[in-house]
Design a protein around this ligand. Structure first.
Ligand code: GLC
Length: 617
C-alpha cells in the first residue's frame, strides 16, 4: 500500500514551499534545504504502516464528535507500567472515556525532569514505563476498544541530556546552532529586559550559564530544559520528522507543548510572536501531507485572545484543538465570586474558524495561572491585579468565605504574583470540610465538583477529565518525601491513582460513588445526544440572575437548555426566559419536570439542569 504522500504532494507542495520560504529565507534556507525537507518527510511518511494509512481516511472531524470524552493520566501513577494499561480499559469504558491523553511518555532525563517535559530521547519510551513495542501494543488494544490516544510532543525544548545538547556541550558548532546560545552577556541582558520569567521561584532568569562551553543557553523553564532554535531550518526539519514519527506510532492526537514560547526575538517578550503562527501553519501542512488523520492539540495557556489565535484561520489552520484555559479560570472564578458575569462576558467572544474545537477542562497536571479577561474585570470595576490576588488567596483558603483547600505556587513577594495548585476536589473544598468534620459543607463540595464537571461536559468542545477527579481525589502531600519531586509543588495534585478507593464508586453514599456515577450518567447522556457535537450552535441565555449561568443548544430542531447555579444558595429566574407557557422541560439527568406556565424556576444550591424541551400534552 502506498503512503498517499505522493498523491497529496502535488496539491500541497506549492503552498508548503511558499510558507517555508516566507519563514526561512531570512535564515539562509536554500532550495536544496527545501528539497531535503521534502525528502525527509517522504521517508517519514513511508514509515507509516498500512493500518495507519487506512486510519488516515477516517472522518477528519472525529474529534468534534459528541462521543469524544477525554481523560488525561500519567501511566506510572495510573497503571504502573505501559503493559498494564490495557487492563484498565474496562474502567475507562465504564465511565465512557473515548480519548486518553497519556502524559509524557518519551525517555526523559534522569532525576528531576519536569514530569517528563525534559526529553532526552524522542525515539524511546521512558524505560521505567516500558518499550516502544509495548506502546504500539497499548495503542492497538485501545483502538480495538474505540479509544483514541493523545501524546505529548515537547517541541520547545529538549533535555540538556538529549544527543544534540550533549554534542553542543562537546563544542560541535552544528549542534550548538540547534539551541539559542550566546557568549555575550549583553545579549542576555537585552532579552531579559523584556522577557518575563516562567518559574521565578525555581528558576530565575531566562538563560543558564554553561561553564564547559562558556555560553549562556536560553532556558525558558529550567536549567535542564534547553530551548530549541527554530530559526535554524535544520531544527525545523528534525522536529517535523520527529512529529511524523510520533504520529507513525499510531497516536491520534499530538499535544504540542508550550507553543507560545517557540520563537524568540530580542526586544520582545518572546511570547506569542507572529513567526510561531507561520511555524504552526507549516507543521499543519506537514501533517496534511504525512498523517492527515492526526489532530494537533496546542498548549498555550496565555491571554484568551492569544489562545484563540493558535487555531489559525480557515485557509491557514494551525491547531485543531486548544485548551480552553479561559473557561477553566472562569469556572473557578464564578465559584469564588458567586457570580457568572465574567464567564457570560467571555461566552461567544471570539469567532473561531470552522475546524476549531475546545478542550474543556477543570483541572490538569499544571497550576492555575489565573489568566482571565482583564478588560472584563475592569468593566466590572475589579482591578485585575487585586482580583488575581483575591483568586489565589481564595483558593489557598486565605479569604473569608473561602471553601477551598489549595496551595500557592510560585509566590513572588516582590511582585505579589502567585498561581494555584490543588486537585479539583480540594479546590472545591472537600479536604477542608473533611478535616473540619463539616458534613453539611461536604455536601456542598460534592455539588461543586459535579457542577464543574457538568459544565465541562456540556460547553461546546471535548471534555477532558483529569484522572482521579472522577473519584474526588484530594491533595496528596506524599511528594514531599520524594527527592525527585519535593521541589515542585504541582505534584500535590498528581497523586498515585488509588484503585482501592476507586472501588467505592459502586458503594452508594460515598463521595467516589456520587462523583463517578454522576459523571458516568452525564457522559452517557452526552454521547447519546447529537446536540453535544462540538460545533452545535450554542447561545447564552440571560437569566437576570448573576449567580446563574445558562445557555442553549439547537440541533435539527431539537433544543436543549442548560442551567447552572454557581452559589450555595437557592436561586431563581423568571420561567419565561426559558420556556413559553405551552412548553415543559425535563431534566435529562434527574427527570425533574419544569412547567412553562410557572412564574419562576428555582434552583437548589449548585444545582444544574440539562433540559430537553417539548410541547405540553
Ligand atoms: C507545559 C506543560 C508543563 C511543563 C511546560 C514545560 O506547560 O504542561 O507541565 O512544565 O510545558 O514543558
Amino acid at each position: 500500500m502506498n503512503s498517499g504522500f505522493e498523491e497529496r504532494l502535488p496539491a500541497l507542495r506549492e503552498s508548503l514551499e511558499q510558507s517555508y520560504f516566507q519563514l526561512y529565507r531570512p535564515y539562509r534556507a536554500s532550495a536544496e534545504d527545501f528539497e531535503h525537507l521534502i525528502d525527509t518527510l517522504r521517508q517519514a511518511a513511508g514509515r507509516r504502516d498500512d493500518a495507519l494509512r487506512q486510519r488516515d481516511s477516517r472522518d477528519s472531524c472525529w474529534y468534534a464528535n459528541e462521543k469524544t470524552v477525554g481523560m488525561m493520566l500519567y501511566v506510572d501513577l495510573f497503571s504502573g507500567k505501559l503493559r498494564s494499561l490495557p487492563d484498565k480499559i474496562p474502567y475507562l469504558k465504564e465511565l465512557g472515556i473515548t480519548l486518553v491523553h497519556l502524559m509524557p511518555l518519551l525517555k526523559p532525563r534522569s532525576g528531576e525532569n519536569d514530569g517528563g517535559y525534559a526529553v532526552e530521547d524522542y525515539r524511546q519510551i521512558d524505560p521505567r514505563l516500558g518499550t516502544m513495542d509495548e506502546f504500539r501494543e497499548v495503542i492497538r488494544q485501545f483502538h480495538a476498544a474505540d479509544i483514541d490516544i493523545c501524546i505529548d510532543y515537547v517541541i520547545n525544548h529538549t533535555a540538556r541530556e538529549h544527543e544534540w545538547a550533549r554534542r553542543a556541550l562537546k563544542g560541535e558548532a552544528f549542534y550548538q546552532e540547534m539551541y539559542i546560545m550566546t557568549e555575550d552577556p549583553k545579549i542576555v541582558e537585552l532579552y531579559n529586559a523584556m522577557v518575563p520569567e516562567v518559574l521565578p521561584d525555581k528558576c530565575p532568569g531566562n538563560f543558564t550559564w554553561v561553564e564547559t562551553i562558556k555560553k549562556y543557553v536560553f532556558t525558558s523553564f529550567s536549567d535542564f530544559q534547553w530551548d530549541l532554535n527554530f530559526k535554524n531550518p535544520m531544527v525545523f526539519e528534525k522536529m517535523s520528522e520527529l512529529m511524523i514519527d510520533l504520529a507513525n506510532l499510531g497516536v491520534d492526537m499530538i499535544r504540542l507543548d508550550a507553543i507560545p514560547f517557540l520563537w524568540k526575538e530580542i526586544g520582545t517578550a518572546c511570547r506569542n510572536l507572529s513567526a510561531i503562527h507561520q511555524l504552526l501553519d507549516l507543521l499543519h501542512q506537514i501533517r496534511d501531507l504525512c498523517c492527515p488523520s492526526v489532530v494537533l492539540l496546542g498548549e498555550a495557556i496565555v491571554e484568551p485572545h492569544q489562545i484563540v489565535s493558535y487555531y489559525g484561520t480557515h485557509d491557514r489552520p494551525e491547531c485543531e484543538v486548544m485548551y480552553n484555559a479561559s473557561l477553566m479560570v472562569n469556572l473557578w472564578n464564578s465559584l469564588a465570586t458567586r457570580s457568572t458575569v465574567m464567564m457570560k462576558m467571555d461566552q461567544g467572544r471570539f469567532w473561531l474558524p470552522p475546524h476549531a474545537v475546545w478542550i474543556n477542562y477543570a483541572r490538569c497536571h499544571d497550576d492555575i495561572g489565573w489568566g482571565f479577561n482583564e478588560d472584563a474585570a475592569r468593566l466590572l470595576g475589579w482591578d485585575p491585579f487585586e482580583h488575581k490576588k483575591f483568586l489565589y488567596r481564595f483558593y489557598a483558603g486565605q479569604t473569608p468565605g473561602s471553601f477551598a483547600d489549595g496551595e500557592l505556587y510560585q509566590y513572588n513577594p516582590q511582585t505579589q504574583d502567585a498561581r494555584t495548585n490543588g486537585t479539583l476536589a480540594s479546590l472545591a473544598g472537600l479536604s477542608r470540610a473533611r478535616k473540619r468534620h463539616e458534613t453539611y459543607e461536604e455536601e456542598d463540595c460534592l455539588r461543586r465538583i459535579c457542577l464543574i464537571h457538568a459544565m465541562i461536559l456540556s460547553m461546546p468542545g471535548i471534555p477532558m477529565l483529569y484522572s482521579g477527579d472522577e473519584i474526588a481525589t484530594v491533595n496528596d502531600q506524599s511528594y514531599l518525601q520524594d527527592p525527585e519531586k519535593q521541589a515542585e509543588g504541582r505534584w500535590v495534585h498528581r497523586p498515585h491513582f488509588d484503585w482501592l478507593r476507586a472501588e467505592q464508586r459502586h458503594t452508594a453514599g460515598t463521595a467516589e460513588y456520587r462523583v463517578f456515577q454522576t459523571l458516568r450518567r452525564m457522559i452517557e447522556l452526552r454521547t447519546s445526544h447529537s446536540s453535544f457535537q462540538a460545533w452545535t450552535k450554542t447561545r447564552g441565555i440571560e437569566l437576570l440572575n448573576d449567580r446563574l449561568f445558562g445557555f442553549e443548544k439547537e440541533k435539527e430542531g431539537e433544543k436543549t437548555v442548560f442551567l447552572y447555579n454557581f452559589s450555595e444558595y437557592p436561586e431563581t429566574c423568571p420561567a419565561s426566559l426559558i420556556l413559553t407557557p405551552n412548553l415543559e422541560a425535563e431534566d435529562l439527568i434527574t427527570g425533574r419536570l419544569l412547567d412553562g406556565a410557572e412564574a419562576q424556576f428555582n434552583l437548589k444550591p449548585y444545582e444544574f439542569l440539562w433540559l430537553t424541551l417539548r410541547t405540553k400534552q
